[in-house]
Design a protein around this ligand. Structure first.
Ligand code: NAP
Length: 257
């Protein structure tokens, strides 16, 4: 099957391209940057440039491109960009779009999640036959959060009570290969990691694996978003689907935990 991966250079996208190719599919990477690898196309969701060429000859699109790291580009990229991509896919007679989204996002007051919800609604307009696969937070995102909370010397200050069910991008990628090769199925069951964890317990393992000499301290945040994450709204305890624990991921990355 010929599959375009938007966000093919991102945390999930890189693993997805490998998984699709290992399963015998053709995976074309879309990026804003000029090509550095095989089967690469330059395209920009925020402007629409290159999208028609990106979807040409593709049977399916996995849409994992996002401006999560550039919030000022969120609406242009994740919301309007999703519509632009779908319209290009329709013109190219693409048979299936798989949109990657986030478990529990309607329960959290966070601008990024509002943009994702708007994008889900556009996908569900049926411009192209669709599936939406929601996943919990990736192990790589846990590291981004922990790095951000560890900027002060000798201190890692985090909200201890935040709850996550982190999942490995390789496990999500394997699920997406099956979803993409299957029939368009609408909103699919959530895909979560193998364990419910407090942020504190994840931080303890991360500090150990990185051999960082930092004191771990609780930093409760008296804001709605933080309370909601602590309430466990990002969890899907009935869908402990991923196999890889956070510690197994740390061993793969750092050789220890
Ligand atoms: N991170 C998580 O924990 C998590 C959890 C559940 C679901 N998800 C969802 O999974 C998907 C992938 O997330 P991720 O964390 O892997 O993303 P990521 O690492 O932040 O990568 C973002 C990707 O989007 C591309 N991109 C950004 N702006 C673009 C634009 N204007 N036009 C075209 N491409 C653009 C980037 O490509 P270039 O820079 O090469 O252009 C990059 O490949 C997202 O939909 C996200 O909401 C993420």
């Amino acid at each position: 099957m010929n599959v375009l991966v938007t966000g093919g250079t991102g945390s999930l996208g890189r693993d997805l391209v490998v998984a699709l190719r290992s399963a015998g599919h053709r995976a074309r990477v879309m990026s804003r940057r000029p090509g550095t690898g095989a089967d690469w196309v330059q395209g920009n969701l925020a402007t629409g440039k290159g999208l028609d060429a990106a979807v040409a000859d593709m049977e399916a699109v996995v849409h994992a491109g996002t401006a999560a790291a550039q919030p000022w580009r969120l609406r242009a990229t994740d919301v309007h960009g999703t519509r632009r991509l779908l319209e290009a896919a329709k013109r190219a007679h693409v048979k299936h779009i798989v949109y990657v989204s986030i478990v529990g996002l309607e329960g959290i007051a966070f601008p990024y999640y509002r943009a994702k919800l708007a994008a889900e609604a556009i996908v569900a307009e049926e411009i192209v036959p669709w599936s939406i696969q929601r996943a919990t937070q990736f192990h790589t995102l846990m590291e981004i959060f922990l790095g951000a909370f560890s900027r002060l010397p000798r201190l890692c200050a985090i909200p201890f009570a935040w709850q996550f069910q982190p999942v490995d991008t390789r496990d999500v990628a394997a699920r997406l290969v099956d979803v993409t090769a299957g029939r368009p199925a609408g909103r699919l069951p959530d895909f979560g990691g193998p364990e419910e964890r407090t942020f504190k317990s994840l931080a303890e393992s991360w500090l150990k694996a990185r051999q960082l000499d930092k004191r771990l301290v609780d930093m409760p945040m008296p804001i709605k978003f933080s309370r909601q994450v602590a309430e466990g709204r990002l969890l899907c305890p009935d869908n402990l689907e991923g196999k890889t624990t956070f510690e197994q991921y740390l061993v793969r990355r750092y050789g220890r935990w």
